[in-house]
Every structure is written in C-alpha cells, then in structure tokens.
Design a protein around this ligand. Structure first.
Ligand SMILES: [Zn+2]
Length: 77
C-alpha cells in the first residue's frame, strides 16, 4: 500500500492543477483599467468572466461568443 500513496498524490495534484484556470483582466489592456483576476475550474471561470465582460467591459456580443473568446485567454494556474 505504501508504494501507491505517492502515485495517488501525484495523480490528484495533476488533476487539480489541470482544472484550475485564471483570467486576469490586467493581462489585456482595457479602458477601465480593470485588474480583476478570476480563478477556478474552467467552466466556473468562464461563467463569471462572461458576466463580468458584459456588465463591466461593455461587451455586447452573444454570451457564447464572449465565452469562446475568453476561453482562449484562460491561463492554467
Ligand atoms: Zn475586468
């Protein structure tokens, strides 16, 4: 059993790190000077980022279009 524990630990670390993403408003120049960072599982980050982009940055494209453009900006954490 002892030999399996490091493997499990490594596996969990990989899974968790692969599921964590960040979008940093400061990484893209914006008129409002927004520096908000949203971090978490990719779908949750995208949900929050779409709302934020539309309410705070005046994006008027359909939510799914905004979502796909934001997906390209996800940075693995
Ligand atoms: Zn912002």
């Amino acid at each position: 059993m002892r030999a399996t524990q490091p493997q499990l630990h490594t596996y969990l670390e990989v899974v968790m790190s692969e599921n964590r993403y960040r979008i940093d408003c400061a990484s893209t120049p914006n008129e409002s000077g927004c520096t908000l960072v949203i971090e978490g599982p990719d779908d949750d980050v995208l949900d929050a980022a779409v709302e934020h982009a539309r309410s705070k940055h005046g994006h008027t494209d359909p939510a799914d279009v905004v979502r796909e453009s934001l997906r390209a900006r996800l940075e693995p954490v």
